[in-house]
Structures are given as C-alpha cells and as structure tokens.
Design a protein around this ligand. Structure first.
Ligand code: SAH
Length: 382
C-alpha cells in the first residue's frame, strides 16, 4: 500500500483583521507619496495579496453573501467532469503508481470535493493520487480542510507551486490566473508608457502614466500589438509566464498536464480589462484595495505562446461550453436528474445550463491544457 502524504495544516495566519496602526490604503498612499506612482501590477498585488488586508488573505469571496460565484459553486457537474478528465489523463500517462494531483487556488474546496467523489468509480486513481493545494488564504485553507474532511484524500498545503515535490502531476487551475497581477501600458506619440496608480488631490487613487516611455517595448508587448493605435492600452502578465515556466520545469522531469480554466480571450488584443467585483457588482478598481476582488481577463494566446516557447505541448484553448459538453455534461445531468427531487432538479438544470450557455459562462470562459511533449491529446480537446 502506498503511504499517503502527511496531513499538513492549511496556511497559517490570522483570519481577523489585526489591529494595525495603518490601513493598506494608508500604507499605499504613503508609498506613493515617497516613491511616486506605483505600477498597476504592484497595486493589484497589494490589493489581493497584502498579508494583513489583501482580498484573498481575509475574505470569503464566494456565494450569495460574497462577491462572486465560480463554476464549481454553481454546479457539481463541473468538478465531477474534471475528476473524470483527470482519470483519463492519468491513464494516458501510463497509470503511474503515484502522482501529484495539484490544485492552484482551490477556493472553498468544492471543485476537488466533487472531483474526488466522481473518482470513487475509479479507485485506482484515488490510490495513486497525492493531493496538493497551492493556497495563500488562511481563511479559505480552513474552509478547504472542512469541506474535504470526509473525503478520500487529505490535501497538503503549499504557498507556491514550486514547493510541491517533483514527480508526475496533474494540475488544475480554475479562476486562478485571473488573479495574477497585470501590468498595463499605454501607447502615446512618445512611445509605450507604463500605466501607474498615483494620488488624486483629495487623497484617493487615480491612474497615471510613467513619464518616460519604455526603453525596449518589444520585450514586454507582443509584436502584433506594438503598432496599435495611439491611446491603446495593452495588458501583460509576467506572473502567468512564470507559472508556465514552472509547469515546464516539472514537465522536463516527469509526466505533467495542467488544465487552466478562466475567463478571457483567445487572441491577444488591446484594451483594459482590470475590474473590481464586489457583492456581484463591478466597482471602481482603485476605490478600496483589499475589499473588492481585482481581476483582469486572461490572454490565452499569450499563455499558449509562452508554453510553446518553453517546449510544452498546447491543447486548446477551447470554450468552457465545448469542453464540458465534450466530457458528457448533458448525459451526466440527465442521469442526476433521474433521481433528483423537483427543487434539486431545477437547480441542477439551471446550474448546468449556466456553465455551458454561450450567453452565460459557456463562451467567455476558456479551457487550455499544457503538457510535456510526450502526452497524447487529452480528452475533450479536438
Ligand atoms: N478555484 C476556485 C477559487 C477561485 S478564486 C473556484 O473555482 O471556486 C482564487 C483562488 O486562488 C482562491 O482560493 C485564492 O485564495 C487563491 N489565490 C489567489 N492568489 C493566490 C496566490 N498568489 N497563490 C496561491 N493562491 C492564490
């Protein structure tokens, strides 16, 4: 029998706002007063990841009383199908006796809980799987532990992917990449200028621009966008490229497949997509750092480019609707409906529709898989 990993604790830290002399807002203000405007990426990183007041360190963002809702929270079939997808990918890897099942940013643990329940029909996968969660939020870590307590696997938590031991791995990242900070650049007659956050007369935050243009814009901005119209904004996400490099490093040593699901676009383009979501409404992204979720659309073309450059195989991106329907969402829904009480049936049906309907999440959300070069085409990718 394979030994299961030790039961580690979720990320430690206070889940209550500590008595801080100065709020994040005041600290950012002071930083700008002394050092000048900070980049949009630095503002986003602080708003989401500040150890004391960062959005993901303190908040429970999900559900009706929270700020937003994600696919696994809408319908159990989402996580179940991803569980079955994992089983197929594991088999295609030659069914390694041990592999790491890694989730990046597991939220409330719902996706994995549903995936593991579906995997009960393929117990050999559960026997081989070691569960690893990459999570920075103490609050969500505790929630993940609670949700998975009765499940077949205990996660080991890590602050970053690099800390997960090498070895064959299947990595899942749903709505994780959108929280990685973006830089913004604006094209002016003088060249490309980095967009920053500065201080308004009244003490609030405002967008400004670095006076000096970028020295070598081609090192930051995709070639086809370099000659965009004056006034265009381009977003870049070096942290996502870094994540791809970490996949590539793992893939050099062992079978690796990473499933990335997020909202975003298929081709790189201009336009700013930074947005704040609070209580299911969009809000001013600069208004209350740490109190609203700050995200930006994922540029899937750029992720794919980065992966190819690093020697990984790329499948997709395809739309979430296409992915889930190819995995059998309709059939699974029908099976569940057959034994559901009427009220449950209505919820199930509306949830499943919302995931695949092109007017809801079906088209906006995209799915990309990157693997080591020896992997065959994963299920659902044409
Ligand atoms: N995948 C979940 C949650 C998405 S929200 C779902 O689909 O419901 C983003 C998740 O990523 C949260 O769990 C958040 O705490 C975590 N997160 C955000 N930034 C992170 C970072 N830099 N490192 C690790 N986890 C992070």
């Amino acid at each position: 029998m394979k030994s299961k990993p030790a039961y580690h604790e979720p990320p430690a830290g206070s889940v209550n706002m500590p008595e801080k002399a100065r709020s994040l807002k005041d600290r950012l203000r002071q930083e700008i007063e002394t050092g000048g405007p900070i980049t949009v990426a630095a503002f986003m990183a602080a708003a989401l990841g500040d150890p004391d007041e960062g959005y993901y360190r303190q908040r429970q963002p999900f559900g009706a009383g929270g700020d937003f809702v994600t696919a696994p929270e809408i319908c159990q079939i989402f996580g179940e199908l991803i569980g079955l997808w994992t089983a197929e990918v594991w088999r295609a890897m030659g069914a390694p006796a041990a592999f790491r099942l890694i989730e990046l940013g597991p939220g409330r643990g719902t996706l994995m809980n549903d995936a593991l329940r579906a995997l009960a029909v393929v117990p050999e996968v559960l026997d081989a799987a070691e569960l690893h969660f990459v999570e920075t939020s103490p609050r969500l870590g505790a929630e993940q532990r609670r949700v998975l307590a009765a499940g077949p696997l205990r996660p080991v938590w890590h602050g970053k992917l690099e800390d997960v031991p090498a070895g064959p791995a299947i990595i899942i990242a749903n709505e994780f990449v959108d929280a990685i900070p973006v830089h913004q650049f604006v094209r002016r007659k003088t060249g490309w200028h980095e967009r920053c956050v500065g201080l308004a007369a009244g003490g609030g935050f405002v967008f400004t621009e670095r006076e000096a243009p970028l020295d070598a814009p081609e090192t930051f901005i995709a070639g086809e966008l370099l000659s965009a119209e004056i006034g265009s904004i381009v977003e870049t996400r070096p942290g996502a490229d870094q994540l791809i490099s970490e996949f590539a490093a793992r893939a050099k040593m062992a079978a690796t497949a990473a499933l990335i699901i997020d909202y975003g676009h298929l081709s790189s383009g201009t336009g700013e997509t930074l947005q704040a979501i609070r209580a299911h409404q969009t809000a001013d992204p600069l208004d209350a750092p740490g109190r609203a979720d700050l995200t930006a659309h994922v540029d899937f073309a750029s992720l794919a480019r980065s992966a190819r450059k690093q020697g990984l195989s790329v499948f997709g991106p395809i739309s979430q609707g296409q992915f889930l329907l190819a995995l059998g969402l309709a059939e699974r829904c029908e099976r569940l409906l057959a034994s559901a009480a009427p009220e449950q049936a209505a919820l199930l049906l509306s949830g499943a529709r919302r995931l695949v309907d092109p007017r809801e999440m079906g088209d906006l959300f995209k799915v990309l898989t990157v693997t080591d070069p020896a992997r065959p085409r994963p299920p659902a990718f044409p």
